[in-house]
Design a protein around this ligand. Structure first.
Ligand code: C2E
Ligand code: MG
Ligand code: MG
Length: 661
């Protein structure tokens, strides 16, 4: 069967169903014939294009290229070119087109250039869309600036939504952001992980119309990308804030403080003025924590942080150094008088009581000042000096201001030297252990021996703990020190070969807080074969004041092993009676200061009697320390105290000087 000949009517019917458009224009570029393709590829209205300039509706950016190509084509009869361009559409947008033009000017049936073109808009848009998305995600991932990334998001919208201008507004108030919910051209930027509104993406178009389907998805995606970018930046800011600020008070932390101080010191090098560090510590903060709870302690710190910020000059750095310590860095300081005025302002922060948990709390603070002397001074030295001055202020009575001076510097240097020597001394085996008996004063016999550390310094006398213990605790050297005391004392005790004598060893709060403490004690006991129930650990009240879970479980584990625990220097701490039933202890050692005045007045006798009564009620052993006189011993006996220790009964001696009978 053969097809009937193509009449004009039939031809145009056929062409209507061809997706390509055929345009014929003459050598001047005037459109002379148009097929009615289903896609408009040369202008808003195909038929209107008749008689018009073929290039009139081409995107301005593509028009020149197109004109050049067509001009070339005109010179080649029968020649052919392929081209891509954008053309204006009925709705004001541009469509991407791809076309083939053939020079048929010589063909008597056509006499024109024949352009066969089709829209490739969908393809191109999705390519562009994908490329832009990938670019933006890349920018987010590689940490481009927020401006940059949001700029790319806006560009994406403007490229893909005809006639659009895009704006991204950050941190809009809630009401305005909410309006974005009903504006079809706006998108709320909502955090992906926490659903927090971060801003609004808003698009304005030239004409009033609703977004088309593909534009809706562009807006959705753009909103999403912008939210991711914003959220990422927020998260980074949050991390930076966390890393450099104290979470409780939001003040700069130690790291940021050091940075700022170093910066200030460098700046100082170029000016005549000095930099001052004011180190402030709340006096007896522990009492607040212990009596009112940590929540109250935190409240106080936050309130004080606020007051200090108010008291400081603009530009000064107020930082939280640690626990209850704050540091203020002041630049452009003229002289020490000037700094003292600043310190007074900080001190005034304590004038008003702090209103905490419904009650008024009055505290004081001690301030230490260090003034940078030359540009070479580093942050750590200055902080250390200010800290040393603060300790001096505390020693002089609380609520005071002290300035770091040459004598203190000398002391600090001495201390540094001593630390080095102590470290070396430990390694060289200069640590010695002496033993002091603990006597049952009714049966008149030794019931225990206390091990006491000494340091055989190479050039000085035998040093007592008073001279090195604080340093050992501050530097952590107390841990290796006590490990050694433990090992030696247990090894010595095994050599005594006497029955029923307990060994008492002092344990520093620093060491007890060490996670390995229990296993260290266990191993030492195992190695030496000393029975655990004949080991007594003497803890200071400080150990018990750190009432965190770790300490409790350490003490529990020690008792589980059979080791006994007594509280040393009992009565000198803060809340002596309160904690005794909370902690698993077996006894208390009444501090020397109560024993000292026994027999000379009623007061201390009453204290000792009260301790004995309480101990009996709680079923605790009591040992009295520091018995130097017969009178003291007599009173203790009368009060019913069973055990005592002191120079009168026997001072500390070397292991082989101990006599047990
Ligand atoms: P402490 O545990 O209260 O030990 C008793 C201290 O009082 C010893 O001082 C002892 O020599 C002294 N003493 C004993 N009888 C009398 C007396 O009748 N009159 C006077 N005035 N003093 C007396 P020492 O050896 O100087 O020790 C001081 C402190 O150092 C000890 O006090 C103890 O808390 C601590 N210490 C000693 N060795 C260690 C240790 O290995 N680790 C820890 N953490 N602390 C230790
Ligand atoms: Mg002791
Ligand atoms: Mg003691």
């Amino acid at each position: 069967m053969s097809l009937p000949p193509l009449g004009e009517e039939r031809l145009s019917a056929l062409l209507r169903h061809v997706s390509d458009t055929i345009t014929v224009f003459d050598a001047e570029g005037t459109v002379v014939w148009l097929s009615c393709g289903s896609a408009s590829t040369l202008g808003p209205d195909d038929q209107d294009g008749l008689g018009q300039d073929a290039l009139a509706q081409i995107h301005p950016d593509d028009r020149l290229t197109m004109a050049v190509k067509l001009a070339e084509l005109l010179t080649v009869p029968g020649g052919e070119i392929r081209t891509e361009y954008r053309v204006r559409t009925a709705d004001g947008g541009y469509a991407f087109c791809e076309g083939t033009a053939v020079n048929r000017l010589d063909d008597p049936l056509i006499e024109g250039i024949v352009l066969t073109s089709r829209s490739i808009t969908t393809q191109r848009r999705s390519e562009l869309f994908l490329r832009s998305q990938a670019g933006i995600l890349d920018a987010i991932a590689t940490g481009s600036t927020l401006d940059d990334t949001l700029g790319q998001v806006k560009q994406l919208v403007e490229d893909l939504v005809a006639g659009a201008t895009c704006a991204i507004e950050l941190d809009r108030p809630h009401a305005e952001a909410a309006a974005a919910d009903i504006d079809p051209w706006a998108r709320c930027l909502v955090g992906v992980s926490n659903a927090v509104r971060l801003g609004v993406l808003r698009v304005t178009v030239d004409d009033e119309r609703l977004p088309r389907d593909e534009e809706v998805s562009v807006l959705d995606t753009a909103g999403h990308l912008a939210a991711i970018a914003l959220e990422r930046v927020r998260a980074e800011e949050g991390l930076a804030q966390l890393a450099l600020h104290d979470p409780l008070t939001a003040l700069p932390n130690r790291t940021l403080l050091r940075d700022r101080l170093n910066l200030a010191l460098r700046r100082m090098g170029r000016h005549q003025q000095s930099v001052a560090v004011l180190f402030l510590d709340i006096d007896r903060f522990k009492v607040v924590n212990d009596s009112l709870g940590h929540g109250a302690g935190d409240e106080l710190l936050v309130a004080l942080a606020g007051r200090l910020q108010l008291a400081a000059r603009p530009g000064d750095t107020v930082a939280r150094f640690g626990g209850d310590e704050f540091v203020v860095v002041c630049e452009e300081v003229v002289d020490i008088v000037h700094v003292r005025t600043l310190a007074k302002r900080l001190e005034a922060a304590f004038d008003e009581p702090f209103r905490i948990e419904g009650g008024d709390v009055v505290v004081t603070g001690s301030v230490g000042i260090a003034l940078a002397s030359s540009a070479t001074e580093d942050a750590d030295t200055l902080l250390r000096d200010a800290d040393a001055a603060m300790y001096r202020a505390k020693e002089e009575g609380r609520g005071r201001v002290a300035v770091f001076d040459a004598a203190m510097r000398a002391r600090a240097v001495d201390r540094l030297q001593l630390e080095g020597e102590f470290r070396q001394g430990l390694a060289r085996g200069e640590l010695v252990v002496h033993y002091q008996p603990i006597i049952d004063i009714r049966a008149d016999r030794i019931v225990a021996v206390e091990a006491l550390a000494r340091w055989r310094h190479p050039t000085r006398d035998l040093l007592l703990p008073l001279e090195f213990l604080e340093l050992a605790e501050e530097t952590g050297l107390v841990i290796p020190m006590e490990e050694e005391v433990l090992e030696r004392a247990l090894a010595d005790a095994v050599q005594w070969r006497v029955n029923d004598i307990d060994l008492a060893i002092n344990a520093s709060a620093v060491h007890v807080a060490d996670p390995d403490y229990v296993s260290r004690v266990r191993q030492a006991l195992n190695r030496t074969g000393w029975p655990p129930d004949r080991l007594i650990l003497e803890l200071t009240e400080r150990v018990l004041l750190d009432d965190d879970h770790g300490v409790l479980s350490t003490l529990g584990a020690l008792r589980e092993m059979g080791v006994r625990l007594v509280v040393d220097d009992f009565g000198t701490g803060y809340s002596s009676l309160g904690y005794l039933h909370r902690f698993p202890v077996d006894g208390v050692k009444i501090d020397r200061s109560f024993v000292e005045r026994l027999g000379t007045g009623d007061r201390d006798e009453a204290v000792v009697r009260a301790i004995l009564a309480m101990a009996e009620a709680l079923n605790l052993d009591v040992i009295a320390e520091g018995i130097e006189t017969g009178l003291q011993l007599q009173v203790l006996r009368r009060l019913g105290c069973r055990q005592a220790q002191g120079f009168l009964l026997g001072g500390p001696v070397e292991a082989d000087e101990l006599k047990f009978d």
